[in-house]
Design a binder for this molecule. Sequence first.
Ligand SMILES: [Ca+2]
Ligand SMILES: [Ca+2]
Length: 296
Amino acid sequence: MIKLGDVELKTGAPVNAENTYNRWSHRFKQQTISAPYTDVYDIGKVFVYLMSGDKPICFWKADIEEFLDPNPKWKWVELNCDLAIGKVTDPHKAGLISFRLSIHDKTKDGPINFEQFDAWKKPPAKRMNVKKVRVYLFQCRDVPAADSDGQSDPYIQYWDTTKETKKTKIIEDNLNPMFFECKELVLETNTIEDLPPFILDIWDYDPGPLGNDFICRALIPLSEAAISEGDDIPKPKWHPCRLKPGAPAQGEILVSFAVVSDDYSFKIPTSHLRLRDQVETPEFQIDINILGLRDL
Ligand SMILES: [Ca+2]
Ligand SMILES: [Ca+2]
């Protein structure tokens, strides 16, 4: 549901639902709203709610200024849990949503034909293409401790738009784990620009009935990622990880990506890639001189 002022726009159920991925492909009818505001800025905030029945369980909000472009791009935003409702309480389970919205002040600026703009020429696609993504995961540093001994047993779980859960091996007792792993993901999108952000979650493995601990998330928009569009392995970049949207960074992840069309065949299978060979490992010599010992 999208809410601006007193107006509520609600979709129905998603047209495609896969495990943790839902797609609506819904366009709301254009509406003219009469309201006692002096101008469009008076409407205040735009709210986006994820609904469960008639309850808003997660939300995102932004100022109206973000929606005055008549030709907007798809915007991916991170939802927050509505803790007053309490149905979703873990920030990493609140999800992300992609949408676009244009608001035009008809009283002040006159009528507008949105369909002259590329963003509104066609309704959202009912069927989507997919992109194949290779994630080249090198290492993490300064991962927060999630065990009582001050350590973590990190592994990374990747998000994509399939039903399959994709994760790395577990590296025990290590806050600066080296992974050197390559994984292939499948992401629904029609153009590379509209690709969802890459989501890499760092978990701490714990044996026993309580299950593993979520540590933090790297949310990497395409525009910030090191990307190739073929077999090249780009030089990886460090990205901050966070417990929830807007929280301070906790730990970093070193990663790069390849984004290709669904029918592209990589020359080397992931199992034969040697990521470790991509990084130079300089050797340092350390001399320690002990000056004295006492009270042995
Ligand atoms: Ca733990
Ligand atoms: Ca553990």
